[in-house]
Design a protein around this ligand. Structure first.
Ligand SMILES: *Cc1c(COP(=O)(O)O)cnc(C)c1O
Length: 217
């Protein structure tokens, strides 16, 4: 399973992020030994526990909602934070990155699904953030693209439309704010059930859990 998925994605230049939430460290090591280096967690506590137990060259991604008071714990090592949905959070990441002597890569999370959720920006909100003076003064964070989750829908056309919408958000922001920034290049979309639709719609990074590890308990 792993090898097929990983080579299919590799061939298309798409990064496979293994979503390891609820999985014990041994399961991550199995994939690590097959060559997997990108792992993602959605809770800070779990991320910290696994980071201390597993090899140092793993690239750790945070994909779940991040509270400002927890940023300090992951700032020393986190590879990419996918779930930035406010200027306030970005300011805190910047502050903790400075204390850790790093620049932290982040994605802006967008709300593209039909389901109601508190998390995720829309395009006007992202524009306001990116136009603000506060944002322009941040030296220790680097925005590398966008992230989104599609609806849990049986209808592939619905899911496809949402992924297309996220790609358009990405293109729009690239043109308006990041035209000369080559690092603004990631579209994090696609999970176990919809990664093929996401890749067809332009995903550069898929976040896959149950397909790799089996169903979560
Ligand atoms: C759990 C999770 C995933 C992976 O879900 P699977 O369906 O198990 O592949 C991807 N993204 C986010 C934000 C998640 O919380």
């Amino acid at each position: 399973m792993y090898q097929d998925l990983s080579s299919a994605l590799n061939a298309r230049g798409v990064t496979l992020v293994a979503v390891s939430k609820t999985q014990p460290p041994e399961r991550l090591l199995e994939l690590y030994r097959l060559g997997q280096r990108h792992f993602a967690e959605n809770r800070v506590q779990e991320l910290l526990e696994k980071q201390t137990q597993l090899p140092e060259d793993i690239h750790w991604h945070l994909i779940g909602h991040l509270q400002t008071n927890k940023v300090k714990f992951i700032a020393p090592f986190v590879h990419l934070i996918h779930s930035v949905d406010s200027l306030r959070l970005l300011v805190e990441i910047n502050k903790q990155a400075a204390l850790a002597g790093r620049v932290i890569d982040c994605l802006l999370q967008f709300h593209i699904a039909q389901e109601e959720t508190k998390f995720g920006l829309d395009l006007p909100e992202a524009r306001l953030l990116l136009q603000s003076e506060t944002y322009h003064n941040l030296q220790q964070v680097r925005l590398c693209g966008v992230m989104g989750m599609a609806s849990f829908s049986e209808d592939p056309r619905q899911v496809q439309a949402e992924f297309e919408a996220l790609r358009q958000v990405f293109e729009q922001l690239k043109q308006e704010f990041f035209a000369t920034a080559p690092h603004f290049k990631e579209i994090s979309m696609g999970m176990s059930g919809d990664w093929e639709i996401a890749v067809a719609a332009g995903s550069t990074m898929v976040r896959i859990g149950s397909l790799l590890f089996g169903a979560r308990s």
